[in-house]
Each structure stands twice: as structure tokens, then as C-alpha cells.
Design a binder for this molecule. Sequence first.
Ligand SMILES: Cc1ncc(COP(=O)(O)O)c(C=O)c1O
Length: 365
Amino acid sequence: VWLNTAHQGALPVRAAEAAATAVRWKQAPHCLTGDRFHDIPERLRARLGGLLSVPPDEVILANSSSYGLHLIVEGFPWRQGDEVLLVRGDFPSTTLPWRRLQEEGVRLRFLEPSGGHLQASEVDAAIGRHTRLLCTTWVHSFTGHTVDVTAVGAVCRARGVAFVLNASQGVGARPLRPLELPVDAVTGVGSKWLCGPYGTGFCWLTPAFRDRLRCRRTNWLSLYTVADLEGDCTPDLPDHLRARDLDLFSTANFFNFLPWIAALEVLESSGLEAIAERDQGLVQRILDGLPRASYRLLSPAAGPLRSTLVFLTHRDPRRTPGLYARLTDAGIDVSLRRGHLRVSPHLYNTEQDIDRVLEALAGGA
Ligand SMILES: Cc1ncc(COP(=O)(O)O)c(C=O)c1O
């Protein structure tokens, strides 16, 4: 029983078939046609654009959420003395990329949310004269709390601070429409709630934010088609940075991107609203069936802060690691994170899966 999508999403059958197709193409390389080199990235961009309700040509193709954050670290016009706000205890993908900036005189300041999760008022109080950017995860990997993006982003906009969101633990489990939110950049990993292979991800930047970046990566596949190679390909660089100019290199990444396209089509055919409803129904079943006399729920029980990451602990916390071992022995996969159990169901889980974990928890109470 896989109840650990916060670690890895399961690849849908259709996506596994697409992966097999990509392997066959490579076994018979004449199948790797020029058209396919061009089409695969564009089909993926279209799927991601649809999923996020953004124009596909604003989507950057990546291999992780870290990739997009590094683009911003590299390209943002930093000045000596600038400050970046981060959140203490956040997942390292969200905090690590900025560390190198300290060598360039950029200060990192870690917010310590008093209630355990980031509040807009705390962001407002923390922003100072030199604050240029705030980066946080949307859904916290170790608490299951969801950041109120509208409230935090509104503060950032009002104070002229760029707002960068790592949406990895939420995107795919519920709708995310960046154009309707006060965010400048969104990054995400593909291998969790988006059910893609490991080594997939995306980044979306507002065109205005992208224009501020100084990166100039020149990847031949983003400039030319295979047919263009007939010409002399004089390096005429675009004077305007497009999203595709920031794509991961080897963009026609057949083994990963062909199955990811298929996985995204599966999500799209269900619809993110319906997936969110289903996932939240599974979360509710865990909360309703949890033997409260023995266990404490640590993640939000209801409301907009609740996510699909459910954190539990035994009332005697010393017993939680033993319970984790008990679940593993019973063939039930959850995570043990910072001493607590993390159960994270997604669309392929059934009510029976939830009942199995509840039975095992009751048995170990
Ligand atoms: C919030 C968050 N971001 C990112 C990742 C994965 O990192 P990356 O996308 O850089 O591989 C994880 C993985 O657990 C995560 O919890």
C-alpha cells in the first residue's frame, strides 16, 4: 500500500507504456526523428501550461524544483547588501540554492514562524529596506501546512518584494493558477503529485520577472529545429529572453518527458478539482478513523491550510518510530519525517488502503 506520494508519485499505466515506447525509439534510433525532438518538449509545455492555466510559452522545462530556483539565483540582478527571506525548517530544495549568494554579499534571513507556519503578518513585519525576495514552499514537507499564497503574496507585492513559490508538495493534488495569484515565480517537481518519472520538474515566471533575469543560456534545441541545421545556424541570439531559452538542456528528454506527458494527460482527464476532492476525501477518512486516544494529529485538521500531507504521532512520541516499523512490516509505505508519521494519499489510493493503515495504527496503539 503506497501512501507516500509526498516522496514519490506512482507512474500511471499509460505513462509506463509511454516510457516503453521511448525505450523502443532508442532501440531503433531512426524513430528519434527530427519532428520528435521538436514535438516532445512542446507537447510537455502545452500539458504543463494547461495544468497551471498559463500560456505554454511561459513554461520552463526542468528536472526538479531546484532547477528553477537556481535560474533565479543565477539571473536575478543582485546588489551587495540585498536580503532574501527564507523559512527556518523548510525543505532544503527551497533554501539551499540561495546559500551561495552569501559569497556575493547577499544576506539570507530565516523567518521563524511563531505558530509553526508562515503568516502574512510575519512576512510584513520582517520585510526591510534591503529585502528583495521571499522564497517558501507552498505545502510544508515536514508539517503538512499550506501557505496562504494570496495573503503572503499580497504583502510581498505591496512591499515590492519578489515572491517565489516551491509548489512541489501541492501541485497535482489541487489546482494552482499562478496567474490569479500574487506570485512572481513557481517551481515544482514532477515526480510527486504530478506522477511523472524521477528527474522531471517545471518553472513558471511572470514575463515581467523573467525580463529582470540576466541569465543567457544558449541551448541549440531552444533556438533551432533539426531542420534548421540545414542552414548555417549563425548564432543570432534572441534579444529577448524567452521561457524556452531557460529550459533544461537536452530538452527532448524522451525517457522522462514522454511518460510525463502521458501522466499529465491522465491527471488532466480526471481534472485537478476532482483529484483534489478525491484526495481530500481520503485525508478525511484518515482523520475520521484515527484512534485519537492514542494518536495526535499534527497537520491541519480542516480548512484551507490542510493539504494531502497528514502528520501523526503517538501520544507517547517515543513509540512513533516503532509504529513506522510496524507499518513497513505490514507492507504499508508511509514516511517517518522528523520523528512523525507522514501519510500522503493520492488519486490511485483506495478507501481500503486507508482502512489498512488505520487498522495497523489501531493494532499498534
Ligand atoms: C518541498 C519539496 N521540494 C522539492 C523536493 C524535491 O527536490 P527537487 O525537486 O529539487 O528534486 C521535495 C522532495 O521531497 C520537497 O518536499
